[in-house]
Design a protein around this ligand. Structure first.
Ligand SMILES: Cc1cc2nc3c(=O)[nH]c(=O)nc-3n(C[C@H](O)[C@H](O)[C@H](O)COP(=O)(O)OP(=O)(O)OC[C@H]3O[C@@H](n4cnc5c(N)ncnc54)[C@H](O)[C@@H]3O)c2cc1C
Length: 427
């Protein structure tokens, strides 16, 4: 294996055990003298980690797989609202990349600065450029703070979105704990499409759960940029009515246009609203590296792909996954979907590299659970099948739907869903 940096650097980046195995030729997979190709995956989240793991496994170890992730550990957005509610800690949602390394994926803790599609090469922050045969880009989202006046770098220090799980999630929880009883938490939701359609409403429920226990005279004011609740409407309304009456105040058609951080207020077209804690979720687009590589094709926000292979419509040999894609009809931006994108891409890449035909009709399914307290949850599911005529994934009529009601059994399924998908992507 041609490694363009010193053994010391390499050991620092991938960990001693993995490094010696990788430098020896491979890790715990059968020894392959000369890999048939190198696939580089950018982003170790739901889409990227899944793709890396499955390309390595389904390729029988014959494909060299590099996974480049800027964070040293994976922190799950699913379940992160429970950190705000208080029934989980961020540590419960934080996992390492050690098992992926054991399976032979070369995980590098670095940030990709640029993609040169012509030369099939990426440049990184810490180590020298790397060449690839195929590239997978699963960078998730970045935020369009500039769409909201006043939401500048200074305001972002106190007005948090916590829409990428991690330090902001913990900081937002601290803000909730520091708020006086009788205070107002103001949560604003951007217009769809955004990451995780039911996520904001789950967050409303979790914050209301915390307020009910710890600060019962407080309330959560929800300013929704959409004309109605985007997902599981009946189930969320029932939960707020049954469990959090007088705590949740919901206002549709109220898109936040300005943040005045010092005054603790936000402005919509017609009104000004004040809050003691401001949780403003900005509009989103494909992660910055997708913009740098000119993979964004739609509305300056999302990347259009061929749904048979997840290959970019504008950059052959580059596969884009997850939230960064221009979603197919009725397809949510979810971890569940990104995990499925990873498998479509893995199968297609192996087929392309080995000259086998690509699956002509992939079928994938989505499940999103929402926790409304520490005890109860509910779900929405959908099935999406490739339509050869329309050349896209379409929802299968009559398949999927929402829970009849929230309950404790669904909460146990939700817990299991999280454990299973984390194991599926990270080993
Ligand atoms: C509060 C909340 C709750 C949610 N709940 C659910 C749920 O219950 N079920 C569900 O299915 N989904 C849920 N989601 C949505 C889910 O988290 C996303 O849809 C999913 O993370 C998308 O996967 P991805 O691979 O596109 O992006 P990510 O999982 O965000 O992964 C992208 C990775 O790429 C890395 N990266 C980006 N750029 C670079 C670069 N240049 N170099 C190196 N690394 C880079 C990032 O650090 C990140 O780790 C929730 C989201 C939120 C915010």
């Amino acid at each position: 294996m041609n490694i363009p940096y010193s053994r010391r650097e390499f050991i620092k980046l991938v960990g001693a055990g993995a490094a010696s195995a990788a430098l020896a030729g491979c890790a715990s997979t059968p020894e392959i003298k000369k890999p048939i190709a190198r696939v580089i995956v950018i982003g170790g989240g739901f889409g990227g980690a899944t793709a890396a793991r499955y390309i390595r496994a389904w390729g029988g170890g014959a494909i060299e797989v590099f996974l480049i992730e800027r964070n040293t550990q994976f922190v799950s957005c699913p379940l992160s609202n429970l950190v705000l509610g208080g029934s989980r800690r961020i540590e419960d949602l934080t996992l390492g990349y050690g098992k992926l390394r054991d399976e032979g994926v070369v995980v590098l803790n670095d940030e990709v600065k640029a993609i040169d599609a012509g030369k099939k090469r990426i440049s990184l922050t810490k180590i020298a450029d790397l060449n690839y045969d195929r590239l997978v880009v699963s960078p998730g989202i970045d935020f369009m703070h500039d769409q909201i006046a006043g939401y500048d770098a200074e305001a972002q220090k106190t007005v948090l979105h916590a829409w990428k799980a991690g330090p902001e999630t913990v900081a937002l929880r601290r803000q909730l704990e520091a708020m006086k009883d009788g205070g107002v938490v103001l949560l604003s939701i951007p217009k769809a499409p955004y990451r995780c359609p039911p996520g904001p409403y789950e967050r409303v429920s979790q914050i209301a759960f915390y307020l009910k226990q710890a600060k019962p005279r407080s309330k959560i004011l929800v300013l929704d940029g959409n004309e109605d609740i985007v997902s599981k409407k009946g189930l969320f309304l029932a939960a707020w009515n049954d469990l959090y009456k007088g705590i949740v105040e919901y206002k549709p058609n109220n898109e936040v246009k300005e943040v005045v951080a010092k005054a603790g207020s936000v402005k919509t077209d017609f009104d000004t609203f004040k809050g003691d804690v401001l949780n403003v979720i900005p509009p989103q687009r494909a992660g910055n590296i997708a913009a740098q590589a000119k993979l964004i094709t739609s509305n300056n926000r999302w990347c259009d792909v061929d749904w048979l292979t997840m290959e970019s419509k504008v950059a052959p040999g580059i596969h884009v996954l997850g939230d960064a894609t221009l979603s197919a009809a009725a397809m949510p931006k979810s971890g569940s979907m990104a995990n499925n994108h990873g498998k479509i891409a893995a199968a297609a890449i192996i087929a392309q590299l080995t000259g086998v035909a690509v699956d002509p009709q992939p079928v994938i399914a989505n499940t999103c659970y929402s926790y409304v307290s520490d005890k109860e949850a509910m779900h929405v599911t959908s099935v999406h099948r490739y339509d050869a005529e329309k050349k896209t994934l379409l929802p299968v009529a009559g398949a999927g739907g929402v829970s009849a009601q929230r309950n404790e059994l669904e909460k146990s399924y939700a817990d299991a869903w999280a454990r299973n998908i984390w194991a599926d992507m990270l080993g």
